[in-house]
Design a protein around this ligand. Structure first.
Ligand code: NDP
Length: 279
């Protein structure tokens, strides 16, 4: 296990705790997922973020089964595909994901997109509450919800999400959404924390100097920026050396001037879909 792991856990609004640093497997084939999740578990990662639509739940499950790690040390997240919205569909989708993962429960089950044109996410959420009560998911949450979608859960459901997993990186810092959800006790998870490889981290203005000052890489500085703000991250990489690099982020602190400098990179530039448009 790397010296930097296991990661610290932070409290959710339902009493459970989530490792603040995990490992994501978007755009990874099942076989590759089995290899890299196995390597990530060997490196000390305990929090894995997958989704039905990534098509690699079986590979993640095989990696978990191949390592002798107590279940309560692991934190496994998967997500409801937007094509499976609706009460009955959701009640079928989680057991199917569990079967592929080879697990009795997930630690966190998320609505992947609100898909507002389908007008079914409140029904899905009621199924989530039921499955949480039945023990199939320890915690339940959402992804890509805007304030208008969270407000509907506030008015029409019993439970607020434990997390909202949203696109968040230095060029898209999501200040307004965080200011809305964090006072409600909803933890923010950053997807594409490293910009999904869509821009060159070393070329972000000022980053090379901050990285040099701390003896860290640009990626480590950016992950530190997330962690210092209380965000949950699970960077994806297929490379073993980067898994270790991405976990070695708990031994430096960015000062206020450095945090402010990184905050100035926010240009409101989304790299993924807009939640109102993904239906
Ligand atoms: P990330 O921001 O994690 O970026 C991944 C890219 O960064 C890959 O190209 C990877 O390349 C590269 N990379 C990783 N580590 C380093 C490093 N140390 N230095 C330089 N480059 C690096 O993007 P993701 O979209 O994968 O986001 C993370 C996770 O968030 C996903 O895997 C998924 O679990 C989740 N997610 C959720 C979404 C949602 O709608 N809820 C949407 C998108 C993602 P390489 O692999 O070659 O190392």
């Amino acid at each position: 296990m790397s010296a930097a792991l296991p990661a610290p856990r932070i409290a959710l609004n339902d009493g459970h705790r989530i490792p603040q640093l995990g490992f994501g497997v978007f755009q990874v084939s099942p076989d590759e997922a089995e290899r890299i999740v196995g390597e990530a578990l060997d490196a000390g990662y305990r929090h894995i973020d997958t989704a039905m639509i990534y098509g690699n739940e079986e590979g993640v499950g095989r990696a978990i089964a191949s390592r002798d790690i107590p279940r309560d040390e692991l934190f496994i997240t998967t997500k409801l595909f937007r094509g499976d919205h609706g009460h009955n569909n959701a009640l079928r989708a989680l057991p199917a994901s569990l079967e592929r993962l080879g697990l009795d429960y997930v630690d966190l089950y998320l609505i992947h997109w609100p898909a507002p044109a389908r007008n079914a996410y409140v029904d899905s959420w009621r199924a989530f509450e039921q499955m949480r009560n039945e023990g199939l998911a320890r915690s339940i949450g959402v992804c890509n919800f805007l304030p208008e979608h969270l407000a509907r859960l506030q008015s029409d459901a019993e439970t607020l999400p434990a997390v909202n997993q949203i696109e968040l990186h230095p060029l898209f810092a999501q200040r307004d959404l965080r200011a809305y959800q964090e006072p409600l006790g909803i933890v923010t998870e950053s997807w594409a924390p490293l910009g999904q490889g869509k821009y060159v981290l070393d070329e972000l203005p000022g980053i090379a100097e901050i990285a040099r000052r701390h003896g860290k890489s640009a990626a480590q500085v950016i992950l530190g920026w997330h962690l210092q703000q209380g965000l949950v991250v699970f960077p994806k990489t297929v490379r073993r050396e980067r898994m270790i690099e991405n976990a070695d982020v708990f031994d430096f602190v960015l000062d206020d001037a450095e945090m402010a400098q990184l905050a100035r990179l926010d240009s409101g530039t989304r790299i993924g879909a807009h939640p109102r448009e993904r239906n």
